[in-house]
Design a protein around this ligand. Structure first.
Ligand code: PFF
Length: 454
């Protein structure tokens, strides 16, 4: 049977941007940036993007484009160890979608609660108590949280409806799931900037604190953020580019993906921190005091800020809906790319029917994700995220750059790219891919391992 193909170049780029721009942009980036040196964080961020993110993205596009298969099948061209690397990446993407879907489930819940601003007055108690029904520790799983369960069912049904017919029909969805969140975040950012105190929020977000640059945690945070955000190291971009026609461009597509992805992150930062600036001003606190880490930012602090906005009940609901629809549309195409990466890997390797494989992955994914819908689920989500996500993807990216690029002969990779691409890569690319990237990624990997162990 002939391989599925993207309808056209735009659809591929939109799908790649859709995969890259997700919850990581709107929910992690602003906070990671603000707490790791603000504007100064942009230095390690761009260093990570140029020395590791874009080279690995281009390499993954090359691998999928050249070998026309999911990660394990493509990497099997480099022997058994290559195939194992492909399965490892696929495993990571599967694990991630099992908890990514849970965060999407919370978003579905918040869409519903936005109509009444149900968290008003106690957004922390509402999230951890009424929605998650959180227990005291990971071992006290204690039954299911019904709101999370309902959200999960809706999430997995949405994933199924989007990819049930393969990449061929994804185009219809990605136009919306890429365009709409950008528009919404733009509106939220512009209206947020009109609020009193907005500039304090933006200052907190972007004022450079150069002293942070000597802390290597800031550097590992930047590399982790770039890998997760660009969806590299998961085999997903290999799977996506395997549906490209042999004549398709590589570099231009990769640059567009990376540029759009970073743009969404910055925009989200403006939307969130302008509103948090208002919240700080209206409660007589500083922006640092009102901001919290991790899940709290999108599901506790930002909702609370919305409930303080001077726009009346309807205005607040519109604002809340804008934010959660942006999160939903950002997240859904990232979630289905993770499923697509997994099912492409399996169906290519075992020659299984694509549609049935996708349904199988969705069903198993749903069952596994139920763990996080239990009342102790958040603890598990934290544990899995910390170990699988942070470290695993850097390992995959590092091996791809160090071993696979070398086996493909770095110079041949460049020639392969230049033959099909609009933007031609000069000799500098050989040096980057052959020397600079592996050295830098190696150092970051050691630093990350050290941070995780200490
Ligand atoms: N890049 C997505 C985000 O920033 O939310 C998450 C993600 C999607 C990671 C797909 C990896 C992936 F393969």
């Amino acid at each position: 049977m002939s391989r599925d193909r993207w309808n056209n170049r735009l659809v591929f780029v939109l799908a790649a941007v859709g995969s890259a721009a997700g919850l990581g942009n709107a929910w992690c980036f602003p906070y990671v940036c603000a707490t790791n040196g603000g504007g100064a964080f942009l230095i390690p961020y761009f260093v990570a993007l140029i020395t590791a993110g874009i080279p690995v993205l281009i390499l993954e596009f090359v691998i999928g484009h050249k070998f026309q298969g999911g990660a394990p099948t493509s990497l099997a061209n480099f022997g058994k160890a290559g195939e194992i690397l492909g399965w490892f990446a696929t495993f990571i993407s599967f694990v991630i979608v099992t908890y990514y879907s849970v965060i999407m489930a919370w978003v579905f819940d918040y869409l519903w609660y936005s109509f009444s601003i149900a968290w008003e007055g106690d957004s922390g108690g509402f999230f951890f108590g009424s929605i998650l029904k959180l227990t005291d520790g990971p071992w006290e799983l204690g039954g299911f949280s019904i709101p999370v369960l309902i959200g999960l069912v809706l999430t997995w049904i949405s994933i199924y409806l989007t990819i049930k017919d393969g990449v061929h029909t994804v185009g219809k969805v990605v136009k919306w799931t890429v365009g709409l969140p950008v528009l919404l975040l733009f509106i939220l950012a512009v209206s947020g900037m009109t609020l009193e105190g907005a500039m304090d929020g933006i200052n907190y977000y972007l004022t450079p604190d150069f002293s942070k640059l000597t802390d290597f945690k800031v550097w590992t945070a930047a590399f982790g953020q770039i890998f997760f955000s660009l969806s590299v190291g998961f085999g997903v971009m290999i799977a996506y580019s395997s549906y490209l026609d042999k004549k398709s461009d590589i570099t231009n597509n990769a640059f567009m993906t990376a540029l759009a992805n970073s743009g969404v992150s910055f925009l989200a930062g403006f939307a969130i921190f302008s509103t948090l600036g208002y919240m700080a001003a209206s409660t007589g606190s500083t922006v640092a005091e009102v901001s919290t880490a991790g899940v709290g930012l999108a599901f506790v602090v930002y909702p609370e800020a919305i409930s303080l906005l001077p726009f009346g009940a309807i205005g607040q609901t519109i604002f809340a809906l804008g934010f959660f629809i942006a999160l939903l549309t950002l997240g859904i195409d990232s979630a289905f790319s993770l499923v697509e990466g997994t099912s492409t890997a399996i169906s290519d390797k075992f020659d299984f029917n694509r549609k049935k494989t996708t349904v199988g992955v969705i069903l198993i994914g749903f069952v596994v994700s139920l763990v996080y819908a239990t009342k102790g689920g958040l603890y598990w989500l934290d544990i899995v995220d910390r170990y699988i996500n942070n470290f695993g993807i850097l390992v995959v990216g590092f091996i791809e750059i160090l071993v696979i690029a070398r086996l493909m002969k770095v110079n041949n990779v460049r020639e392969y790219i230049n033959e099909v691409s609009d933007i031609k890569l000069g000799k500098w690319y050989t040096i980057l891919l052959g020397i600079a990237s592996p050295v830098i990624l190696g150092i970051v990997l050691v630093m990350t391992a050290y941070t995780e162990i200490m």
